[in-house]
Design a binder for this molecule. Sequence first.
Ligand code: C2E
Ligand code: MG
Ligand code: MG
Ligand code: MG
Length: 283
Amino acid sequence: RAKELGKSRFKVFNQKMHDQALMLMALETDLRRAVDLNEFEVVYQPIICLETREVCGFEALVRWRHPKHGMISPDQFIPLAEDTGLIYAIDSLVLRNACLQITEWQNRFGTMLSGPLTLNINVSGKHFGQSMLPGQVKRALEDSSMAPEHLNLEITESALMDNPSIAEDILKQLKNLGIHVCIDDFGTGYSSLSYLQRFPIDVVKVDRSFISDVEDNLDSQAIVRTVFSLGESLGLKIVAEGVETPKQLIFLESEGCRYVQGFLFYKPLSVEEATSLLVKASM
Ligand code: C2E
Ligand code: MG
Ligand code: MG
Ligand code: MG
């Protein structure tokens, strides 16, 4: 009996794997077409400067408008894009579009805001390890005439640490362009902090998981506190991401936090929504 049960389980498992494989193949075909036809959209989540309570920049976040399945979030297709190498095209599309968009906003609203708008772009770890990245960034900056110092490239800790010597070389080229580099999801990927010293990092984003329970988890409080004091002593700009409640904000402010991003302020906005936000901010 047990043997039979084992057999049928094995069968079910196989069927499931087969279905998944078919689904993945279909999705891969769709994703290739999406790149060719540019079915991607960029949404923009404001980053808030707490001193002025004003929007000081945006993080560009990609969405896939699938003709049949509707809006698909990046968590659902970035892994496949990485496996198939389509990520290079997707990231560079987002980079180009967002640089053009931020320049348009800067030209229209810049003089009425209290500072220049910054743009944060996510780059996949796989893409980061490729020698083509600095050239793509250079071209996007030139084509949009965006000031390099207002561009932050967000990468994860593992993008740096999976191959530190390649990362070092690419970071050097990126920094020579004049852009800034930001560690995304800080605290989730790597256990040593020494890389913050080794690499020319400008910005650190404290991962949402630490912010989400900072109200009542003493460990998260201690971690967040440590990151802020580390930031101060290493001269890093710290952004708290995923701020959802007033209590979280109060804690963060009491610890000297200056930049936040999260649903408490804004969700990722369409170009139209972000434009009307800037219209209001500049009145
Ligand atoms: P991320 O870079 O850490 O971006 C933050 C994610 O958290 C976004 O999800 C954002 O919508 C969400 N978020 C922001 N504030 C809050 C909040 O207060 N509460 C909660 N629960 N969530 C919040 P999204 O847009 O689904 O993106 C997920 C991830 O996909 C991103 O995480 C990033 O790693 C990746 N991604 C997005 N766009 C791109 C892209 O153009 N290229 C690459 N390579 N990756 C991207
Ligand atoms: Mg990010
Ligand atoms: Mg993040
Ligand atoms: Mg992430």
